[in-house]
Each structure stands twice: as C-alpha cells, then as structure tokens.
Design a protein. Structure first.
Lengths: 338, 234
C-alpha cells in the first residue's frame, strides 16, 4: 500500500468514525409491524404525481469555496530547470447555475453556467479561470434515455486568454433501478490562442456502468468506465491515442437522501497515451501512463451547506523523462446549494 | 307581515351561511397521482405505497406506506390528515387555502410548517414523528392531554425524532427512521426518476469534467510555455 492509499484509507476511516450521529437505532416505540423498513421502501412501487416535477423551481445552483495544497499545479517534472518550488497553497472558487427548461418526468432539458477559478499563491502560470455554458437534454424512449450535451468554455491563464474548448456528447442511456448503462460518443475541440500546433479535436467512445448500491438510489453507486479515443492536433507530435479505464464508488447515508450526513467518493483511473510522432529534437514518440487516485468526503452541515475535504494523487510516467510528473492535491471546501 | 318576511329572510340567509362550509367541502383536499380527487371525509387505504398531493399548496407530496390508511377532513379551515394506521411521509411547502395542515396520529398531532416529516402509528397508538427538514410542533391529542392533565409540546428541528404515546412524549433523539422515499431531487423527482435525474446530473458533470480535463490540458500545454525564459535578444 502506497502512502497515498494509506492516507486515503485512514481519512475515510476517521471521517466515518467522526459521524456524531449514532447508527440507526429506532426508538422502541417505532419498532412496529407497520413501520416500513428501508428494504420495503426500496421495493414499494410508487405512482408519482404528474406535476411533482413541474412545481419545483427551475433554478438551482452550487457554489464551492476551497483551500488546500497542490504539490505540482504546473504539471512539471521535479528536475525541470525553470521552477524549483513546485508546490504551494491554493484557493479555489466555483459556481454552477442551472436552469431547467423542460422538467417533465420523461423529457428534460437544462442549461448550466459555470465559473471556476483556481488561485495558486506561488505559481502564477497555473492560475486559471474557466467560464462556460453547458446544456444537457434527455428524453425517455421506452426503457432508454437518450441524451446529448453541448458545452463551450473559455480559459484564462494568469490573466491572459489562453484557450477555448467546445465539448459535445451523444449518449444512449439505459436506466434500471439496480444498474444503468451510459454509453456515449464524446467530442472535445480545443483552440489555443497562441499555440496553433496544439489545437485539436478529441473524439472518444465512453462507456460508464453504474451498479446501484441501493435499488433506485443512484446517490450510492459503483461506477466502472472505459474511454477510448484519439486527439488529433494540428501537429502530429501533439496528437495521441488514449485508453482510460476508471472506477468510482460513491456512497451516501441510506434513507436520508439530500439531507444525508455524509457523501463519500473514491475514484481511480489509469490512462495509456501514445503520441503519433516524436516532438522536434526527440528520438522517439512519447508513450505515457497516467494514474490517479482520489477521494472526497462531504458532510451536510445545513440543508443548504456542506463541508468536506478532498485528496488526489496523480502520477505520469513516460518514456520521455521530462514529461514525467507527480501531483498531490489536498484541501478543504465549503459548498452551498440552492 | 313584515316581521314574518324578516324572519323568512333571516332563515334564508342563515341557510346560505350554513351552506358555505358545505360548499367548501366540495374542494378536493388531496389528489392521487392519477388526479383522482379526495374530498372531506375521504379515506385512502394504501395497498401499496401511494403518493398524494395537496391542491393549492406551493408544493406537496404526501406518501402513504403500504398497509397504511388516512382520512382527510377540514376543521375550521384547518386541513387534518388522520393517520388511521401505518406510516405517512409529508413534504409540504406553503399551506395553500388552509390556516394549518395537521397530521393526527394515535397519540399525537403534528402541525405542518413547510417541512418534510414522517409519522408512523403503531397498533398501540404510539406515534413516532421523524423530521427531516424544516420545523414541526408535536403535541398530544386533546383526549390524552385531558387524561394526563398536562399538555407537553415539543418543537422538533431538522434531523430529530420523538415518540408520542398514551403516557406522553419521549425524549427527542437523532433522526433514524428511514424515509418512504428519498427526498425529491431539485427537479422534483424521486425513485425511478431519481435515476434519470442522476443521469442528467452525470451528463452535466461529464461535460464539466471534460472541461476540467481540457483545463488541465491547457495548463499542461500553456503553463509550461509561460514559464519558459524569454528568447535571447538578437
């Protein structure tokens, strides 16, 4: 077990142990024949009110403030000759505003506006602001839930406009109470303001499979995924083919839903990347392996407020040593939703 | 003759005034998921978990667990839901046309103030009141108050529960009773629709995640260039 794995394991154990609320121990008077159990609830068929969705506010939002430490925000190799102090404190702020245009049970359309800023005290070149708009659509067709998403984002690095990205996705989802299949075709086009050679289009096939840990409650699930694709840049030495398998486990207290005490997430992914051509002055094209392990724990402090922490470790190994790096991120955050 | 006419008018007006409450009772107090109205005196027996709404409220979702039964009535513009047996989950915002909405159990009565709570009534008429969010006031039914000679009242806050029986109210303990349904997601859906909601969330999160990956790629590509030393002067 690596130090990072040990840290995450211990963090999860401590957070779970710190929950001040006792495990479910119904009062004696509540233990009656008529009181439903969680299992009963999960299996009970329910007919919902047709207007239940419509009478909710179409607006929702999420704001998150974070503070932590990032060991390598610039993704540089340890022995690079330009930056000797890679790590430093970081502050982050993000906002997501969502507006649901269509809120029928079988037909959804919504748009979201995203603002995100990462501030690094010691690495000015890593300070990034991201603003964007994204829209998602889904419509139930029999047992299927096909959907699409489209997003446009603008990136500002160290105060200067740096790049624009357009993302799109077509998916044909199959939800069931115990599992869901989410295959999709994803595209991502990146245009750099001052680096035309790196401009390119990523096309990928993505498959995610959810195993619900409790029937009908996707808030607790295991996700297995694999993404295969190519990034075709203007210059071949920036183009690559990649395969990215991943896994995620997401757990929320049973039975209390949006007011659950804890939401725990653990995830890991690996990416194999093979570049088409060697960069100028290099002898061979690059082959890279990236691996990431991370975890999040958030506790709902108030109906609208969560507090928690995150940690992630990412390592990149490559046959070109100057492209290798590792990165450790850890921090605390407060999130507000409405 | 005038006196007789006056008496007739008085009787007529009295009859009209008396008829008003009867007209009010024609207003549906609740509705099933398929739109079937439930009027005053209406009784809902749930063979399976059943979702009801309360017309006129800003948002409402009343769920009767399988095997439960409730009777709806109006007392002085107060909507009363008598839990005859079983478990009921109430999620209400706004009172609508009512001055109050009250769930009456075996021993307790719980007043709704814009909240999500559950009342479970057992065979001994002991009620467990569990509050997920908002605030409710729990007090004993008037018959028990009369027997005990006292009227204890508890204001529950979120994530608490209390039990009420013929001997009074128990101490407040942290919420442990499971919900009949996970609370509605922001789009207002639960259960099967929660999966569709999650998929929508997952699609949006995937779009955001793609933009985060792109952001990392931007830093990987641009950040490294920005730190390069300026080219030497010619």
């Amino acid at each position: 077990m690596t130090p990072m794995q040990l840290f995450l394991t211990l963090t999860a154990s401590v957070l779970a142990a710190e929950d001040p609320l006792p495990p479910p121990t119904p009062a004696p008077v509540a233990q009656t024949a008529t009181q439903p159990t969680a299992a009963d609830n999960a299996s009970a068929p329910l007919a919902r009110s047709p207007n239940a969705a419509a009478n909710r506010s179409p607006f929702s939002g999420r704001f998150v403030l974070g503070a932590g430490y990032d060991s390598n925000a610039l993704l540089l190799e340890d022995t690079n000759q330009f930056v000797t102090e890679l790590g430093g404190p970081t502050l982050s702020a993000s906002a997501l505003l969502r507006y649901r245009i269509l809120r029928e049970n079988d037909h959804r359309l919504e748009i979201g506006a995203i603002f995100d800023h990462d501030y690094y005290a010691d690495q000015e070149s890593a300070r990034q602001t991201r603003v964007g708009l994204a829209g998602t659509w889904a419509k139930r067709v029999g047992q299927w839930l096909p959907g699409a998403s489209l997003g446009a984002y603008r990136y500002v690095v160290d105060g200067d406009p740096a790049a624009t990205a357009i993302s799109g996705s077509l998916s044909w989802n199959r939800p069931t109470p115990t599992w869901a299949a989410l295959p999709s075709l994803d595209i991502l086009h990146i245009t750099y303001d001052d680096l035309d050679a790196a401009d390119g289009l990523q096309i990928a096939l993505n498959y995610r499979h959810w195993f619900m840990l409790r029937p009908g409650q996707p808030a607790s699930r295991i996700e297995a995924s694999i993404k295969v694709g190519v990034y075709s840049a203007d210059e071949d030495f920036e183009s690559y083919t990649f395969v990215r398998p991943g896994a995620e486990i997401r757990w929320q207290d049973p039975g209390t839903g949006e007011l659950s005490h804890w939401t725990l997430v653990g995830r890991a992914w690996y990416e194999y990347r093979s570049y088409d051509e060697a960069v100028p002055l290099a002898n061979e094209s690059e082959t890279a392996h990236r691996f990431s392990l991370g975890g999040e724990a958030d506790r709902r402090l108030l109906p609208w407020l969560t507090g928690g922490g995150y940690a992630a470790y990412t390592v990149r190994n490559a046959n070109i040593t100057s492209r290798e790096y590792d990165r450790f991120q850890v921090g605390l955050r407060l999130g507000a939703t409405f | 003759m005038r006196i007789l006419l006056l008496c007739l008018c008085t009787i007529f007006l009295s009859a009209l005034v008396a008829a008003e409450p009867a007209a009010a009772t024609a207003v549906p107090l609740a509705a099933r998921a398929d739109g079937t109205p439930i009027f005053a005196g209406g009784r809902v027996s749930a063979d399976q978990a059943t979702v009801l709404t309360l017309p006129g409220t800003a948002r409402s979702e009343v769920i009767l667990a399988a095997g439960s039964q409730a009777t709806f009535s109006v007392v002085e513009q107060e909507l009363r839901i008598l839990l005859d047996r079983g478990t009921i989950q109430v999620d209400v915002e706004g009172l609508g046309p009512w001055t109050a909405i009250t769930v009456v159990g075996g021993s307790s009565q719980v007043t709704v103030t814009g909240t999500l709570f559950i009342v479970a009534r057992d065979r001994r008429d002991v009620d467990t009141v569990a509050l997920v969010r908002g605030q409710v006031q729990v007090r004993l039914r008037s018959a028990i108050v009369a027997t005990l000679g006292r009227d204890p009242t508890i204001d529950l806050t979120a994530q608490q529960q209390v039990s009420a029986g013929p001997s009074g109210l128990t101490a407040v303990v942290p919420l442990s009773m499971p919900l009949l349904l996970a609370p509605a997601s922001p789009s207002g859906n639960t259960k099967d629709d929660a999966i569709a909601d999650a998929i929508m969330d997952g699609m949006l999160e995937a779009a955001i995640s793609a933009s985060e990956d792109a952001g990392e790629k931007v830093i990987d590509t641009v950040g490294g260039v920005l730190i390069l030393p300026p080219p030497p002067p010619n």
